[in-house]
Write a protein that binds this ligand. Structure first.
Ligand code: DX5
Ligand code: ZN
Length: 221
């Protein structure tokens, strides 16, 4: 069953609480939180204070923290302490990713690896059994509201096959450029968690309705 993870990157931060509660009312159980450092990606967003705030607003939600930062090994613990349930970090910045996965697991959180669109899925072969999710970026990391990069559907299909052939249950999360016109197709390709920012938050009067509608659409996959 595919599920929607609203990404707060596109919310109105002056109304964070209100908009998160609307998303929750629509049935959102997982919230995607994009941390950007201005080094690994050109954009800067926020750090642990926002994760703490989201945790306070939604005590029971699953907080999916996507670290787009150069040194996740120096910061992961702060985010777990702030309330993260899952930490995703980028394979591109931590070639020795096995070590950091173990540290995250030891600290009591779920551990996931994120890969940028240009990084091939075979690089995950050895580590797959330890991962909670593989976060397949479907746009280049850094900004919300971009268009999906063509060919990402094949990457999802390839990874889904790999996970199945190994008898694993690893979730495939997709992130970036997901809209009404592609969400069902990408869920049918094997995406199990769908992070979406602008799709959920661009019409601020309809957040609850949007989350409900989209969740309904993708739950059959
Ligand atoms: C982009 C972020 C995404 C972003 C997606 O680097 O990782 O999570 O919020 O935004 P949309 O859904 O608007 O493409
Ligand atoms: Zn993200």
């Amino acid at each position: 069953m595919a599920l929607l993870a609203p990404s707060i990157l596109s919310c109105d931060f002056s109304r964070l609480k209100e908009q998160l509660l609307m998303a929750q009312e629509g049935g959102a159980e997982m919230i995607h939180i994009d941390v950007m450092d201005g080094h690994f990606v050109p954009n800067i967003t926020f750090g642990t204070l926002i994760v703490e705030a989201v945790r306070k607003i939604l005590p029971k939600a699953f907080l999916d923290v996507h670290l787009m930062i150069q040194n996740p090994q120096e910061r992961y613990l702060d985010f777990i302490d702030a309330g993260a349930d899952n930490i995703s970090f980028h394979l591109e910045v931590v070639p020795d990713f096995d070590f950091l996965i173990n540290l995250i697991l030891k600290a009591g959180a779920k551990a996931s690896l994120a890969i940028a669109p240009g990084t091939p899925v075979h690089m995950l072969d050895q580590i797959l059994p330890k991962l909670y999710m593989v976060l397949l970026m479907t746009v280049n990391p850094g900004f919300g509201g971009q268009k999906i990069i063509p060919g990402m559907d094949q990457k999802i299909i390839q990874l889904r096959k790999k996970i199945k052939s190994k008898g694993l249950n690893t979730f495939i999360e997709i992130d970036g450029g997901i809209h009404e016109n592609n969400i069902e197709y990408l869920a049918s390709c094997g995406a199990s968690v769908i992070a979406a920012g602008s799709l959920v938050f661009s019409n601020e009067d309809k957040i609850t309705q949007k989350v409900r509608e989209i969740s309904e659409k993708i739950k059959r996959f």
